[in-house]
Each structure stands twice: as structure tokens, then as C-alpha cells.
Ligand binder design. Structure first.
Ligand SMILES: N[C@@H](CCC(=O)N[C@@H](CS)C(=O)NCC(=O)O)C(=O)O
Length: 239
């Protein structure tokens, strides 16, 4: 949103109305109960940021209200607001947070173009091949078949595609390093871990390499705190 859209009323009514004056960084996160919202909570908690939480859920009607559609015309969660800056897309949100509130002791943030490209490479791979290209296809055409149509062949193919792409990451995940980029968590780990959890809840079994990774990453206090916050209400769905 910017002034080109003539959004003064939006800033006044929607952003102004949600401002949290006691919060040091003036951050609000909309969204709870899904793997995508989990990512944003997790990164906020890794960086030890205080934020206002609007726990709206998917397919509850809460993403369809007039105010929310002004915030995100694509009516999806999560949405992050940092002062007057509004951002959607879980991967973009966690990368923005990790760079804006860099905490190098906790989270890996590349310092040069080459390393940033390498991090993007893995983030885009997980988001496009594991999330959108596999898990979300299964979700839409199995769990949400009433809305998107039943397509068992596509679901079966998406499961195989998920395993195939995951196994292509095995050498990176199963090496000596704790995380994808060495000894520190990165945005790519948050994306991968949330996809593994989502796949597990969809009944996909994966190799020991990924189970060990899941156990390792799952011991992080911020991950556990984010699970509690994001899934405080029984989730309707992981996606
Ligand atoms: N690519 C987006 C996907 C966001 C998305 O699809 N969110 C779903 C829930 S996981 C949603 O908000 N659906 C709107 C609704 O069903 O009301 C992201 O990663 O943030």
C-alpha cells in the first residue's frame, strides 16, 4: 500500500486502529492456525520481538472483511505490519524480519549478494516445490475438495513429487551441519521445518535424515513457543 493508491483513509482507519503504542517496534501480525502463519510467529519469537497478535483464521470469514481486504487485497494470512509498512507472503515476511531486526547470534542473515542468492535459492526451492507445488496441491484437492474439486491423481502425484524433491535436499540436511546454513537457523530452515510438519500431518513419511533434522530443529525454544501461540486454538487445517 502506498500513497499512489490514495490510501490515507486506510492508514487512518486500519493501520492507525491497530497500532500498539507499548510495543517497541510497532509490529502487528495477523493470522493463526496454519503452517504459513506459524513461520511468521516463529521468526518473530526467534528474534525476541514483541508484537501485537490478531489471531484471525483461514476460511472463517475473517480474511474477507472490508478492513482485512484493504490490508491484503489477496485476503490471505499471514500479514505483517511494521509501522506503516504492510507485507504479505510468509517467506517474504520472515526474510524481512530477519534482515530488519538482525540478531546474528540467533538467525543467519547473509551479508553479501552471493550468500543472499544462496539463501534465496533454498527459500524459493522450498516455497515453490515443497509448499506450493506439492503440499498445497494435496491440501486443495483432498482436504478442501469441496472448494477446489477432487483430484486423486493430482494428489498422488503431488505426494510423490514432494518426496522426490525432499530427497534432493538430503545431502544438505544430512551433513555435519545442524541447519541448512551451518550452525545457525535461517529463513530457509523455518520454511523447510514447517513443510516437514505439514507433510507429517498429511501422513507423508520421510527418511531418517529428515526425522533427525525435525527433532533437532524442534528443540528450539522459539519453535515450541510459536507452536503454542499459533496453534493455541485447535487448528482447522495446517494450510
Ligand atoms: N503463499 C502464501 C499463502 C497464504 C495462504 O494461502 N494463506 C491461507 C491460509 S494458509 C489463507 O489465508 N487463506 C484465506 C482464507 O481461507 O480465508 C504465504 O505463504 O503466505
Amino acid at each position: 500500500m502506498d500513497s499512489r493508491n490514495g490510501c490515507q483513509a486506510f492508514y487512518r482507519n486500519v493501520l492507525g486502529g491497530t497500532r500498539a503504542p507499548n510495543m517497541v517496534h510497532d509490529l502487528t501480525l495477523w493470522g493463526a492456525g496454519t503452517s504459513r502463519t506459524m513461520r511468521a510467529h516463529w521468526m518473530l519469537l526467534e528474534l525476541e520481538l514483541q508484537y501485537e497478535f490478531q489471531p484471525i483464521g483461514s476460511r472463517t470469514g475473517e480474511t474477507q472483511t472490508r478492513d482485512f481486504r484493504l490490508l491484503n487485497p489477496r485476503h490471505k494470512i499471514p500479514v505483517l505490519r511494521h509501522r506503516q509498512f504492510v507485507l504479505t507472503e510468509s517467506a517474504a515476511i520472515i526474510q524481512y524480519l530477519s534482515e530488519t531486526f538482525a540478531n546474528p547470534a540467533q538467525v543467519y542473515v547473509p551479508q553479501d549478494v552471493g550468500n543472499r542468492a544462496r539463501l534465496n535459492e533454498w527459500c524459493y526451492f522450498v516455497i515453490s516445490e515443497l509448499d506450493a507445488g506439492s503440499l498445497y496441491i494435496m491440501r486443495r484437492h483432498e482436504g478442501l475438495k469441496q472448494t477446489y474439486g477432487e483430484a486423486p491423481t493430482a494428489v498422488e502425484a503431488a505426494k510423490k513429487y514432494f518426496i522426490h524433491n525432499l530427497e534432493a535436499m538430503a545431502s544438505r540436511v544430512g551433513g555435519n551441519d545442524e541447519y541448512l546454513f551451518g550452525s545457525r537457523l535461517s529463513a530457509a530452515d523455518i520454511l523447510l521445518m514447517t513443510c516437514l510438519d505439514w507433510a507429517g500431518s498429511a501422513g507423508i513419511a520421510f527418511s531418517d535424515t529428515f526425522s533427525s533434522y525435525q527433532q533437532r530443529v524442534g528443540r528450539r525454544p522459539a519453535y515450541r513457543a510459536a507452536l503454542e501461540r499459533n496453534f493455541a486454538q485447535p487448528p482447522i487445517a495446517r494450510s
